[in-house]
Design a protein around this ligand. Structure first.
Ligand code: NAD
Ligand code: UDP
Length: 361
């Protein structure tokens, strides 16, 4: 098979490139490196341009590929909350113009099309676990709207190209995924906690009672490959269905890194989903897919990778120190741990922060 992957130099996309090339597929990547890195796929260049072709390109520009294409996987989009907050308009464009360009390419080549959608289309869900039939609870102009709504639009235009242009399209709703090659500075909870624990910094817990369910990257890639190979339209949830409180995640990261649990309590960001856990019965039925890697096992692999990349960790931690708080991560309106946190013992209660500080920013 010859597969085009937009956003293939990112965290998930680069692992998908590895898996497809390992089974004998040829891959073309379009990536503008806005949040991804050439390093993630550099090792594939030695396979030669017939097997792996990397094109630095924005998916909002027209996409041309000479020759046949069997599948187009559209993954290009900022994906971490700090990244899409900072790149709001770029995120909306990648989900709208970018998705249509990728769909047009699939239509021209009569190729299978897969949209990397997200659990964020459910917003702050009112149903648990989230089934694909749930329409979501989304604030269309809220703090996360640039991401949620771009992906909801991306799903809508994918459905339209399926219905009106006959594109063999499938939609995967990806839930929180972790593993090697995540950016240490991407601001997601797992990377923040790992960087902080390995750097002797307090773990920034935004609230703590909200839940997430973390899928290990090998399971995610396995699900994506099954989706490519199937003719299934979906939308279909792919994610791990073991649900954890964020405060619990902090404890687990501290334990695995062998560090003392030291947290700083921060306000919950606006529109932060309170519970997230996929119903994965459709993936089990339709794709015969189930996650195999438990959270702790996945975290151990991820932490091992970060230990092997100490510069990455140090740079992310230094950036943090230099800012003195988390404004660099979230920008305006950010949840900010207030004041210095010299005492490694207590969990700082919310009431301890300077009143109104976060609201002022
Ligand atoms: P990532 O930031 O590591 O990868 C995204 C890639 O897209 C990057 O390489 C980036 O440079 C590229 N990109 C962004 N905008 C682009 C543009 N306009 N043109 C070309 N390239 C562009 O993120 P990821 O975690 O690997 O996520 C990949 C996809 O999976 C995204 O679509 C994301 O929405 C989806 N997803 C990821 C998760 C997760 O937990 N990682 C969860 C839900 C959905
Ligand atoms: N979070 C946290 N501390 C951090 C970063 C994030 O407590 O340093 C919380 C965040 O508020 C959210 C959850 O962890 O409730 C997951 O955040 P992440 O950015 O990883 O992804 P999301 O699932 O929100 O897209």
């Amino acid at each position: 098979m010859r597969v085009v992957i937009t956003g293939g130099a990112g965290f998930v996309g680069s692992h998908l490139c590895d898996a497809l090339i390992a089974r004998g597929d040829r891959v073309v990547v379009f990536d503008n490196f806005s949040t991804g890195r050439p390093d993630n796929v550099e090792h594939l260049l030695e396979r030669g341009p017939q097997v792996f072709w990397l094109d630095e390109r924005d998916v909002c520009d027209d996409l041309y590929v000479p020759g046949n294409v069997d599948a187009v996987i559209h993954m290009a989009s900022p994906a971490s909350p700090p990244a899409y907050t900072k790149l709001a308009i770029e995120t909306l464009r990648a989900g709208s113009l970018g998705t249509e360009n990728a769909l047009k390419l699939a239509a021209r080549k009569s190729a299978r099309f897969i949209l990397a959608s997200t659990s964020e289309v459910y917003g702050d869900p009112l149903e648990h676990p989230q089934m694909e039939s749930y329409w979501g609870n989304v604030n269309p102009i809220g703090a996360r709207s640039m991401y949620d709504e771009s992906k909801r639009y991306a799903e809508a235009i994918t459905a339209a190209y399926y219905r009106d242009r006959g594109v063999n399209a499938g939609i995967v709703r990806i839930f929180n995924t972790v593993g090697p090659r995540m950016r240490a500075d991407d601001g997601r909870v797992v990377t923040n906690f790992i960087v902080q624990a390995l750097s002797g910094l307090p773990l920034t817990v935004y609230g703590g009672n909200q839940t997430r369910s973390f899928c290990y990257i090998s399971d995610m890639v396995d699900g994506l490959v099954k989706m490519i190979d199937s003719g299934i339209t979906g939308p279909i949830n792919i994610g791990n269905n073991s649900e954890f409180k964020i405060s619990e995640l902090a404890r687990i990261v501290a334990r695995i890194t062998g560090t003392k649990l030291w947290t700083v309590q921060c306000p919950v960001p606006p529109d932060d989903p309170r519970r997230r856990c996929p119903d994965i019965s459709m993936a089990a039925r339709a794709l015969d897919w189930r996650p195999k890697v438990a959270l702790e096992q996945g975290l151990r692999q991820t932490i091992k990778w970060f230990r092997e990349h100490p510069l990455e960790v140090r740079r992310a931690a230094r950036q943090w120190d230099a800012a003195g708080d988390k404004r660099w991560l979230w920008g305006k309106g950010a949840p900010v741990p207030v004041g210095s946190v010299p005492d490694p013992d207590p969990i700082y209660p919310l009431g301890d922060r300077t009143p109104g500080r976060a609201e002022q920013l």
